[in-house]
Design a protein around this ligand. Structure first.
Ligand code: 1HE
Length: 267
């Protein structure tokens, strides 16, 4: 890409692959990829521009054994922030995570080890979560004497329901493995590397038309915030734009001429 300069990132490792898929890696393994303010700013800059910069899909990963330990508690403690300062910290987290969820570029999170607190908030802003056998989810905020501030009350409740989220933060309850998938914390679980599986999924998503992916990875979230009547209306508008895009004609023609793959059950 001409416009994304991996060298301009210090907290994130950015790698472009030849199909427009980018690997974005939290790169602070010695601190278990805890999210300091500088990392959040780099997430804002990457995801604010990803669609415009032609990014087709993203694998979001963490260096080391843990995806992300959440808020940098040491930075938070040392800075002894005022309420006003921490409100603004949280607003930057929301800026980053909203750019992810609503940005129109498919984001596949490759999860392992701790996916906790703000790390779970970050993961929940991705569109797809893949876990390996080591991954575990928790909201330790309750025990730390704090509260969520990066959208867990919205996105984690959406994934697992309000009552389970309350249990997680109140009790420090940990979910992992197949149970985490059954509850909706992740959509895929693998015996092997979650990174390899996430990359496979990103490569697959990158084969869709970018405007279709834009609708999937932006409109669905927006429409879910609306009343049913308004969502149905807005869905028709989105479909009006997406379903008539010139780039779709070749795919429709292939179906009409019987050269396109048919949808079949899993074997
Ligand atoms: C950190 C952080 C962190 C590790 N902030 N420095 N999040 C939490 O409450 C999770 C806190 N972390 C842990 O429970 C554990 O560190 C882990 C389970 C993630 C990893 O355990 P382990 O045994 O591999 O590592 P460790 O020895 O605990 O930590 C290694 C180093 O990472 C150590 O630093 P060092 O300089 O002493 O080597 C730790 O201090 C550092 N580290 N986690 C800062 N979180 C917008 S509101 C969001 C609310 C939240 O996210 S609350 C945070 C929830």
């Amino acid at each position: 890409s001409d416009t994304i300069n991996p060298q301009s990132y210090e907290k994130l490792a950015i790698q472009e692959r030849d199909n427009g898929v980018f690997v974005v890696t939290l790169n602070r393994p010695s601190k278990r990829n805890a999210l300091d303010a500088a990392t959040i700013e780099e997430l804002v800059s990457f995801f604010s521009n990803a669609h415009r910069n032609g990014v087709k899909a993203v694998v979001l990963a963490g260096e080391g054994d843990h995806f992300c330990a959440g808020l940098d508690l040491v930075e938070h403690w040392k800075e002894d922030r005022s309420p006003d300062e921490f409100m603004h910290v949280c607003l930057r987290w929301h800026e980053a995570f909203n750019k992810m969820e609503y940005g129109g570029v498919p984001i596949i999170a490759a999860l392992k080890g701790a996916v906790v607190g703000g790390g779970l908030e970050l993961a929940s802003a991705a569109h797809i979560r893949v876990i390996d056998q080591t991954a575990y989810f928790a909201l330790p905020e309750g025990q730390r004497g704090i509260f969520t501030g990066g959208g867990a009350t919205i996105r984690v409740s959406d994934m697992i329901g309000k009552t389970r989220m309350i249990d997680m933060i109140l009790m420090g309850r940990v979910y992992q493995g197949q149970e985490a998938v059954n509850l909706g914390l992740a959509q895929y679980i693998t015996e092997g590397s979650s990174f390899d599986k996430a990359l496979e999924l990103a490569d697959k998503a990158a084969q869709n038309l970018p405007l279709t992916n834009f609708a999937i990875c932006s409109a669905i979230s927006h429409l879910n915030n609306m009343s049913g009547m308004d969502a149905a209306y807005a869905e028709a508008v989105v479909a009006g734009v997406v379903n008539t895009q010139p780039a779709a004609r070749a795919r429709l023609e292939a179906f009409a001429k019987k050269t396109a793959a048919r949808v079949r059950p899993n074997s």
